[in-house]
Design a protein around this ligand. Structure first.
Ligand code: ZN
Length: 75
């Protein structure tokens, strides 16, 4: 029941996060600020790389080359 509710909340209020390189969807998430952390509910199972692009912008990318056309295209 809790998983169904979580999935429904993500579907309604979540935002799709896409790979910066290829543009394919990585996961659907809702951000929550808790104390000194920003938690992305919905990103628990995603295998992605993340880094700051600027002081307040995070960039997400595929990790596995077989899932990312842009990574496969690199020499
Ligand atoms: Zn990608």
């Amino acid at each position: 029941m809790r998983r169904k509710l979580k999935r429904l909340l993500l579907r309604v209020g979540g935002r799709e996060v896409r790979c910066e390189l290829c543009g394919q969807p990585l996961f659907r998430a809702r951000p929550f600020v808790t104390g000194g952390r920003v938690k992305l509910q919905g990103a628990e199972d995603a295998l992605v790389a993340v880094e700051f692009d600027s002081m307040n912008t995070l960039v997400f990318r595929h990790v596995e080359a077989d899932r990312c056309p842009a990574l496969r295209a690199e020499p």
